[in-house]
Design a protein around this ligand. Structure first.
Ligand SMILES: [Zn+2]
Length: 177
């Protein structure tokens, strides 16, 4: 397991991410992303704000949200496979390619948040099945071998990290408008 790594960007400490806390963190994403995408003021053109990239190579708030919804789906599959297969080899899709091909920036907000909710629930359902011995099961990824607990922690970290990205992006585009 990876312990005590602290993300230099979002400050999340992997040492705090024991399974129940990681699962509760994932459960909180639908509410927290919904709140983050809400208008800052009644007069705001919220549709424009959440779909504006602060720079050409930085995603919009809705693109980050779509990325997290997509990741929760991928992590549900990953956790299912590590739990049910013997040492599987697992790849991840390229998020920039998906953002373009699936037109993440044009996704309607409510269905996207519904998808995020469904994907988080599916991931939590997979994680809830794992017992003590299950967390040390391993898979091989393009970047090396990782255990199941690390992948659950990565899922929690991705959501926390990109929630901060959503907040940062919205601060930037609101101050520029
Ligand atoms: Zn982070």
């Amino acid at each position: 397991m990876s312990d005590a790594w602290v993300c230099p960007e979002c400050g999340l400490d992997y040492g705090t991410l024991h399974p129940p806390f990681a699962i509760n963190t994932i459960k909180s994403f639908p509410r927290r992303f919904t709140e983050a995408l809400e208008p800052a003021a009644p007069s705001e053109d919220n549709e424009a704000m959440i779909r504006t990239r602060p720079a050409p190579d930085v995603w919009s708030a809705i693109e980050y949200t779509a990325h997290v919804a997509d990741l929760m789906d991928e992590f549900a599959v990953v956790i299912h496979r590590i739990y049910s297969e013997a040492s599987p080899t697992i790849g991840f899709s390229d998020p920039d390619e998906k953002a373009a091909s699936e037109k993440w920036n044009e996704l309607p907000t409510e269905p996207l948040l519904g998808q995020l909710k469904a994907n988080c629930a599916a991931l939590v359902a997979e994680a809830d099945r794992i017992d003590g011995a299950g967390w040390i099961r391993k898979a091989t990824f393009p970047w090396g071998e990782r255990d199941l607990l690390t992948m659950l922690q990565n899922a929690a970290h991705e959501g926390v990290h990109h929630l901060k990205d959503v907040e940062k992006v919205l601060t930037r585009v609101r101050s520029a408008s």
